[in-house]
Design a protein around this ligand. Structure first.
Ligand code: SAM
Length: 432
């Protein structure tokens, strides 16, 4: 029996809408039901697209219905239908008939989906005019997020961020300099007809013209490259690593930055800590592929007394848990799952981790605080408060950027994910 891909897409979206699962986890659960890679790719494209345009599609749907759809699977199916008509190059007839067929034995739903998709086809133009008058529908972001980003960065930057958040993200590679130069790896890609170019702003980064499966990248299994956005590739360089140093990577899983630290300076003693045991398993796999090693500790960064051996660190990276609002283009379900209230708990956790990290840094040492957020509350406001409370902390400033403290990369700047870095130097209080 052939499985209806629209139904699988709707069932995936129900996991996000109803159970609060991330789209990545939801797809891991539902894709195995499909046999062909073509069907899997279709479901993935529909689900990512619906999440990307959820706030727009939801608004369109409300205009086409007399009353909301209570059955969440049918609601998701309605979104799947509208998404295909608006954003995919699927034949209209197939989009409607296959989506209607996915209602299975629910005849009321069959009639409803059929009527609403056909109505949309008739009234598309006037519905679009209405849709573009609503800011949440126009930008396809929740209202609270539109106002937070606009308050922090102004209308012009915010507009650019919303637009970038709704675009397809580039696939960026980080070249492992222990194995090859960037030029050499670009040559290897070229030999396989994988189109790519060097990223100007970052010495280790390569941008692929089109995403490819990692298995098709030359020497991927041997650790020649890793997939990592350009913005995240700045972390290791900012740590100013030197041979023989003791380095702490707090909040390390899945080890994108741990690996880069060790690739940049193999002769350091690296301790990587993360609270999530499952994510830590991925650290092991990732380091193994790259033939790197670090001391791995599953524990709470805010409670060093539980795991720290008391020896101070020369360098500390705090890659803090955050709202991840800078990576919406890669994970559009964040717009559906993240709540304004989450920021309160996240901010206090970030500050607690930063404080604990500071207690483990040697005098003269350097701490880099990082998030993949674009909100001041998680970034420069945290650093401002930390500097006010800790007279032995001095910021090493960055020039040319919109933040008062640290370096704020807004989503889309140099085609990067939204990211934040601050460098804090620990000075001796006795010589101040
Ligand atoms: C932004 S991710 C880290 C990404 C990672 N540094 C990388 O480059 O691949 C944040 C991490 O913080 C971890 N985390 C959250 N709360 C924590 C805590 N209290 N102590 C330690 N780790 C924590 C999460 O499990 C998550 O893996």
């Amino acid at each position: 029996m052939t499985i209806n891909t629209r139904l699988i897409a709707a069932q995936t979206l129900v996991r996000v809408l109803d159970k609060g699962q991330s789209l990545t986890v939801a797809l891991e659960q539902t894709l195995p039901a499909l046999e062909t890679s073509q069907d899997k790719a279709f479901v993935q494209a529909v689900c990512y697209g619906v999440c990307r345009y959820y706030h727009r599609l939801q608004f369109v749907l409300l205009q086409l219905l007399d009353k909301p759809i209570k059955d969440v699977e049918i609601y998701a199916l309605a979104l799947v239908g509208l998404y295909q008509l608006d954003f995919m190059r699927v034949k209209t007839h197939a989009a409607v008939s296959e989506t209607v067929a996915a209602t299975r034995k629910k005849s009321w739903a069959k009639n409803l989906i059929n009527a609403l998709l056909r109505r949309y086809l008739r009234e598309q133009e006037s519905v679009k005019v209405q849709t573009n008058l609503d800011s949440s529908a126009l930008h396809s972001h929740p209202k609270w997020l539109i106002s937070r980003i606009t308050n922090d960065w102004g209308d012009e930057n915010a507009g650019r961020i919303f637009q970038t958040n709704n675009e397809f993200p580039p696939m960026i590679l980080r070249v492992n300099f222990q194995q090859s130069t960037r030029e050499n790896y670009l040559q290897q890609l070229n030999e396989l007809n994988i189109e790519a170019e060097a990223v100007d702003v970052c010495a280790s980064a390569i941008r692929l013209t089109k995403p490819v499966a990692v298995a098709s990248l030359p020497n991927f299994e041997k650790g020649a490259v890793s997939v990592q956005d350009t913005a995240a590739q700045f972390a290791a360089g900012l740590l100013d690593l030197k041979s023989g140093q003791r380095v702490l990577d707090l909040c390390a899983a899945p080890a994108g930055k741990t690996a880069h630290i060790l690739e940049s300076q193999p002769n350091v003693e690296c301790v990587a800590v993360d609270i999530d045991a499952t994510r830590m398993l991925r650290v092991e796999t990732n380091l193994q592929r790259l033939n790197l090693s670090a001391t791995l500790i599953v524990s709470d960064a805010t409670q060093p007394e539980k795991w720290w051996d008391g020896k101070l660190f020369d360098r500390i990276l705090v890659d803090a848990p955050c709202s991840a609002l800078g990576v919406i283009r890669r994970h559009p379900d964040i717009k559906m799952l993240r709540r304004a209230d989450d920021l309160i708990a996240l901010s206090s956790l970030q500050f607690a981790i930063l404080k604990a990290a500071w207690s483990m840094l040697v005098e003269g040492g350097l701490l880099v605080y990082a998030t993949c957020s674009i909100l001041k509350a998680e970034n420069e406001d945290q650093i401002a408060q930390f500097l006010a409370e800790n007279t032995d902390a001095q910021e090493i400033p960055f020039d040319k950027n919109p933040a008062k403290y640290g370096w704020q990369i807004l989503t889309g700047d140099n085609d990067c994910d939204g990211f934040y870095y601050a460098r804090l130097h620990k000075v001796s209080l006795s010589v101040q």
